[in-house]
Design a protein around this ligand. Structure first.
Ligand code: GAP
Length: 519
């Protein structure tokens, strides 16, 4: 039996970041030039993990749903797209500076962080009570009756309500006043010496065309969704789609995030996986509920503890939405948005109709009428999902013999390397035999050959990158063509025939098996 070391959130997060670098998952962009803030590169283990998460999403959306079509739209789009979508006028963050530290913050995030501290107090009370009352503990009752919990929850609701009211009225002075009233201090200077709150547009602009006078300003897309809306008609007509139907895509998005922190949680260049589901007006709430459940199921199928996920309804609805929630994930720094599910009404298509002068309507043969469909959107950040997987599966263990290991118990279908091929010693024809086996199995899944250092060290290296299976070739292999197969999480070994390796590993690591559980 091994025991998992308990780490505080901060220790856990630091360990994940340095592990990600040490084992080739994530590097700071342009590191030799001291890096570029909030931009990251994926290394030799990170790129395949990211590809596998993307594939899991794509196949669950496009392959498993015959009424969802996958596309790949360009990053550059006509500038009017961003006028129509509202991004030119309203894609802003409310910013505030601390005059002493000269640090800049998102005003709403300062308030949310304050709320998170009150939430942490509530959770502490609940955990203490759980330990005290054991089996007989009624959590719902405790939360609704314990005076300290009730009082703190009331505080949270009041703050949320004030923030919502201010944001809805675009009352920036009100947001500042809330920060002052809550006595929020700058985490760096510790003072309350705040500037006014100002709006800041998050889109990156650039010029298209080589002659500057003729150049027109275009934007790096801040979301992939608009590439789907402008292709609605193309896909509907050429794909002979019938409502309800979806269009899905994955791709890069860019936002000039001011408060870019928490590693790959908030980046300036990141990747989204979005799906727009076009439905008959009036049915959108039913589809909104459907996609909430379907997306949660996609997450839970990975086998990461369900306690790490929760729904959070938006307190302030965007002007185009009639319902919206987030799937939040418990990152090492607390519960934060991982995915958004939004009922976007007919806002985007109608606005593109107005700006382009083209009819973006669907002819519904059952109703014998044309209309602009309503849209339910699911939108998840690939990098955020990467961080969720990495942080939830990172463990430091002390083994029975007193030694330590760091393991990533990544769901096998997502693991960057599925099977390591290890000759017990780097001599006696074992490396040649191991190569022979590797050449047979490498067509089915990603393998890694490693002959350097002791076998124990090599197992540790594979544990650290999350390889679910190690095959060890020893002297017996030369006699009877059997190898040992070691499973990452249990560290149990069994002896199997070389001809079985491919089938056994494939069965346990296949994306197919994972997908069959989603549906
Ligand atoms: N089309 C809707 C849309 O873009 P969003 O809530 O702004 O909605 C969707 O973004 C998802 O994209 C988020 O839930 C998050 O996972 C990811 N995301 C947004 N901004 C990000 C950033 N700066 N860095 C990394 N991921 C980000």
């Amino acid at each position: 039996m091994s025991t998992v070391k308990t780490l505080t959130g901060e220790e856990h997060f630091k360990a994940v970041i340095s592990h990600a670098k040490e084992y080739g998952f994530i590097f700071q962009s342009s590191e030799i030039y001291d890096g570029l803030s909030a931009v990251y590169d994926y290394g030799q283990c990170g790129a395949p993990l990211k590809n596998n998460i993307r594939e899991y999403w794509w196949r669950a959306m496009v392959q498993m749903n015959e009424n969802i079509a996958g596309i790949d739209a360009a990053i550059f789009m006509h500038p009017t797209v961003w006028k129509a979508s509202g991004h030119v006028d309203a894609f802003n963050d409310p910013l505030i500076d601390n005059k002493d530290s000269k640090k800049r913050y998102r005003a709403d995030v300062l308030i949310e962080d304050h709320i998170a501290k009150i939430e942490a107090k509530i959770e502490k009370e609940v955990t203490k009570a759980k330990q005290r009352f054991g089996e007989s503990f009624d959590e719902a009752m405790f939360r609704s009756t314990n005076p300290r919990v009730v009082e703190n929850q009331k505080k949270i609701d009041e703050i949320n309500q004030r923030l919502k009211d201010c944001l809805e009225r675009n009352d920036l002075e009100g947001v500042r006043q809330l920060i002052l009233d809550l006595e929020i201090v700058c985490p760096v200077s510790g003072t309350r010496n705040w500037t006014e709150v100002r709006q800041f547009n998050l889109m990156f602009a650039t010029q298209m065309g080589s002659v500057s006078e003729e150049a027109s300003t275009i934007y790096l897309r801040p979301e992939t969704a608009q590439g789907i809306f402008v292709n609605f008609l193309n896909v509907y007509k050429t794909g002979r789609m019938k409502i309800p139907f979806g269009i899905a895509q994955t791709g890069k998005a860019f936002r000039n995030e001011i408060v870019a922190r928490q590693f790959i949680f908030r980046m300036r260049e990141f990747e989204q996986m979005e799906m727009q589901y076009f439905v008959r007006p009036g049915t959108e709430m039913q589809w909104y509920e459907h996609w909430k459940q379907a997306r949660m199921q996609w997450h839970l199928t990975l086998g990461i503890s369900s306690t790490k996920y929760r729904f959070h309804d938006h307190i302030k609805l965007a002007h185009y939405a009639n319902a919206a929630c987030d799937i939040e994930f418990e990152f090492p720094f607390g519960f934060k948005e991982l995915e958004g599910i939004h009922s976007r009404t007919d806002f985007d298509l109608k606005s593109h109709e107005q700006h382009s002068g083209k009819k973006l309507q669907y002819f519904d043969p059952e109703l014998n009428e044309s209309y602009v469909p309503y849209v339910v959107e699911t939108s998840i950040g690939l990098d955020r999902m990467f961080l969720a997987v990495l942080s939830a599966t990172y463990k430091e263990e002390t083994l029975e013999d007193g030694s330590d290991r760091t393991v990533l118990s990544i769901p096998p279908a997502l693991a960057p390397v599925k099977c390591a091929v290890l000759p017990l010693v780097n001599k006696d024809n074992l490396p040649e035999k191991a190569r022979e086996i590797m050449d047979q199995i490498k067509f089915g899944f990603d393998c890694m050959f490693d002959a350097k250092d002791s076998i124990g060290k090599r197992y540790r290296r594979q544990d650290a990158i999350g390889t679910p299976y190690c095959i060890t070739i020893d002297h017996q292999t030369l006699q009877d063509n059997t190898v040992t197969i070691r499973e990452r999480d249990t560290m149990q070994q069994e002896r199997i025939h070389t001809s079985e390796v491919s089938r056994i590993v494939e069965e346990r690591v296949s994306m197919k098996a994972l997908l069959s559980k989603v549906s």
